[in-house]
Design a protein around this ligand. Structure first.
Ligand code: MN3
Length: 203
């Protein structure tokens, strides 16, 4: 079974004015689609790997045939990250509630303290990459990764990935050009906190 591009869980214009329609179209239909296509291409000669999930593949990169490790890292990582990313956003966003809100307050002082730290991590990514909210050793932590790397490539459980912010230029350049900080500030308006809370409760 080849991997497939999951449909966007809302309309292309749902995140306006924070994330523009054209960016969503190109990001989902072209960039994410290309990760899926290239992942399938890399796996095609390896029928024995066809039953694995993308999480299984990228959690054990060093067990894969050496000639496809880089392709699976980049494109499997891209597929895993973006499949989550679309669900991590929604129109209207909202606020963290319940146990997640408590954990954010105790970990970062407040929601605004969290936003400051997340903004710092996302701003500091040099070139292409992501900022992440993760559960590590039972605590909320903010980290960043280059390219399409994920913490699950280094042993973190997939469910411990709570929230991710894509700071590749393709995620914002059409609307924000070089103003990554403006994109980051806008993105907080569309964070799907219900989705994050649900992942947190299971992590
Ligand atoms: Mn992207």
């Amino acid at each position: 079974m080849a991997f497939e591009l999951p449909p966007l869980p809302y309309a292309y214009d749902a995140l306006e004015p924070f994330i523009d329609t054209m960016t969503m179209q190109v990001h989902h239909d072209k960039h994410h689609a290309a990760y899926v296509t290239n992942l399938n291409k890399a796996l095609a000669p390896h029928a024995d790997l066809s039953k694995k999930t993308v999480e299984e593949l990228i959690s054990h990169l060093d067990t894969l045939p050496q000639d496809i490790q880089t392709a699976v890292r980049n494109n499997g990582g891209g597929h895993f990250n973006h499949s989550l990313f679309w669900q991590m956003m929604k129109k209207g966003g909202g606020k963290p509630s319940g146990d997640l809100a408590k954990a954010i307050d105790s970990g970062f002082g407040s929601l605004s303290g969290f936003q400051t730290k997340m903004t710092e991590a996302a701003t500091k990514v040099f070139g292409s990459g992501w900022a992440w909210l993760l559960v590590r050793d039972g605590k909320l932590v903010i980290e960043s990764s280059p390219n399409q790397d994920s913490a699950i490539m280094k042993g973190l459980a997939p469910g411990a990935v709570l929230l991710g912010l894509d700071v590749w230029e393709h995620a914002y350049y059409l609307k924000y050009q070089n103003r990554r900080p403006d994109y980051i500030a806008a993105w907080f308006n569309v964070v799907n906190w219900d989705f994050v809370a649900e992942r947190f409760s299971r992590a």
